[in-house]
Design a protein around this ligand. Structure first.
Ligand SMILES: [Zn+2]
Length: 285
């Protein structure tokens, strides 16, 4: 396998004017155990990895979003519906819903739950959330066809699923975009590959710090720091279009100096993003 070709990103960073009161929080809901050897090329079998399942709350005066939903109240049941080879030892923590409630969160503020993609470990927590589910074109149909992962269909049964479009210009090397609030603070881009409707969510907070929630473009930070893709067999098993994953992984690696990249399953990548506490959920601005 040739090394990933990364073209440096030399254009200026796009304008973003996040309003005061915009904030990010992490809601870790648990983890499951796997091995570095299964997560990225060159990883060792003896290197045990806890894959995080974490939702992210993006507060904004115009309305809040969750990025992914983590494990839900019925996560153990969801895992039992998976084929044996996809079940892993897991540890369940408080669900996103429980963490929001414990912080006294007003659910009327939640505009929707943006999915990086529809796999079970990103959507299980929809079972206890009532907000609309935002999906990119093609993802709902993909989830409907998936025979070995029926969790999306189960948990969205009673949800409004909104398929949004990418009506905005190219953004940070990606071909199109959706600027959710019109101020550049939350911009979703298509990153088809892991699944046909996978996305990257770029978030800029008032301090000027930029984040990219890259879903499963890579499972661990080594995908970025070592440019180590998933092992060949796992690329074939896990990715709808491995070449698309490679292309988009190269695109985000090119941004790594300016944008804090967060692979969904690497707990280390969330360090520095605060947890939700009762004191942090007052009205924004
Ligand atoms: Zn995943």
């Amino acid at each position: 396998m040739p090394p990933i070709t990364v073209t440096p990103f030399t254009s200026p960073m796009p304008v973003a004017t996040p309003p005061p009161g915009m904030e990010l929080f992490q809601l870790p809901t648990g983890s499951y155990v796997t091995r570095a050897a299964l997560a990225f090329r060159g990883g060792r079998w003896s290197d045990r990895r806890e894959f995080a399942s974490t939702a992210v709350l993006v507060r904004h005066p115009a309305g809040d979003l969750l990025i992914d939903a983590g494990f839900g109240a019925n996560a153990a049941q969801h895992i039992r519906t998976l084929p044996a080879f996809r079940r892993a030892r897991h540890r369940l923590g408080a669900t996103a819903r429980q963490q929001l409630d414990a912080a006294g969160y007003d659910h009327r503020r939640l505009l929707g739950i943006v999915l990086t993609h529809s796999h079970w470990d990103h959507v299980s927590g929809l079972d206890s959330l009532a907000a609309p589910v935002w999906t990119a074109p093609g993802e709902r149909a993909h989830a409907g066809r998936a025979k070995d992962d029926r969790v999306f269909s189960r948990v969205t049964d009673d949800h409004e699923v909104r398929e949004y479009s990418f009506d905005g210009p190219a953004h940070l090397g990606f071909s199109a975009s959706r600027d959710v609030h019109g101020d550049g603070s939350v911009v979703i881009v298509p990153a088809a590959g892991h699944t046909p409707g996978s996305v990257v969510v770029f978030v800029t907070v008032p301090s000027g710090r930029r984040f990219a929630f890259i879903g499963d473009l890579t499972w661990q930070l080594e995908g970025i720091t070592r440019q180590a893709e998933r092992p060949l067999l796992l690329r074939a098993l896990a990715d709808s279009d491995p070449a698309g994953v490679r292309r988009d992984l190269a695109r985000v690696i090119a941004l790594a100096d300016e944008v804090h990249l967060v692979p969904a399953h690497d707990a280390r990548a969330y360090e520095g993003i605060p947890h939700l506490t009762p004191a942090t959920t007052g009205p924004t601005s």
